[in-house]
Design a protein around this ligand. Structure first.
Ligand code: ADP
Length: 226
């Protein structure tokens, strides 16, 4: 589904981040990218949703080279992805319901559709009861669950989570990762970047370690592939 072929990324200022990365991700996989801060995990994810372009090499989505997608078509390409970040990026003046509805309004959905779809997605993240609450009235873990719901509202084929538990206490972090595996079990491909190796080791899913700009370890259920 996603393939890196000899991907190198150098940022302006000669900051070399990824060197000759080769990687294959199959549909429906749950892949955690781990490694120290600055290792290049975010960059790797950004190359997938076309927020950054490789300096050399190519990233493929299906059989399409991402760099060949015309700029005006990138918004369509990005609809394949839902994204979640360390800071929840919620609108503070809007309720939980409105935060999620907003994404549907922009997409031109009718009020009836919005009132059908938002509760369904809130149910998945376990926040049906918090629909009329404002973000500031929620715990960090709950706020992140709202942002997960928002990321899922367009039913993306791939969910990308960049340090989704970076601002959370250990219990809330566990809860977010549990939800991510549940979402994966429903068929969504899940790609996570985190520096928290112990939490992803407990998931029994694929763990790719990034170090020195490359894949230093690729483990599935405790077995090394690289
Ligand atoms: P990680 O997600 O593993 O913490 P990143 O991919 O965010 O790593 O960053 C890798 C390196 O690239 C860091 O040294 C960071 O400072 C640098 N970097 C990230 N984005 C840019 C940018 N837009 N311009 C220059 N350097 C960048």
């Amino acid at each position: 589904m996603i393939r890196f072929e000899n991907v190198t990324k150098v940022y302006p200022g000669n900051i070399s981040v990824l060197r000759d990365v080769n990687l294959r991700i199959e549909p429906g996989e749950f892949v955690s990218f781990v490694g120290p801060s600055g290792a290049g995990k975010s960059t790797l994810l950004k190359l997938i949703y076309a927020e950054e372009v490789p300096t050399s090499g190519e990233v493929f989505f299906g059989d399409r080279a991402i760099s060949s997608i015309k700029r005006r078509l990138l918004p369509y390409y990005r609809r394949n992805f839902g994204t979640v970040f360390q800071d929840f990026k919620l609108l503070s003046q809007r309720t939980v319901f409105e935060n999620i509805a907003y994404a549907l309004e922009i997409a031109g959905k009718t009020t009836a559709e919005i009132h059908e779809e938002v509760p369904q997605i809130l149910d998945i993240v376990g926040l049906a009861e918090k629909s009329n609450t404002y973000p500031r009235q929620l715990s960090g873990g709950e706020q992140q669950r709202v942002s997960l719901a928002r990321a899922l509202i367009h039913r993306p084929s791939v969910l990308i989570a960049d340090e989704p538990a970076g601002n959370l206490d250990p219990l809330s972090a566990q809860e977010i990762f549990r939800l991510l595996t549940e979402i994966n079990n429903m068929g969504t491909t899940v790609l996570v970047a985190t520096h928290n190796k112990s939490i992803v080791d407990g998931l029994k899913r694929r763990v790719v370690t990034i170090g020195n700009g490359t894949v230093v370890r690729d483990e599935r259920e405790g077995k090394y592939v690289v």
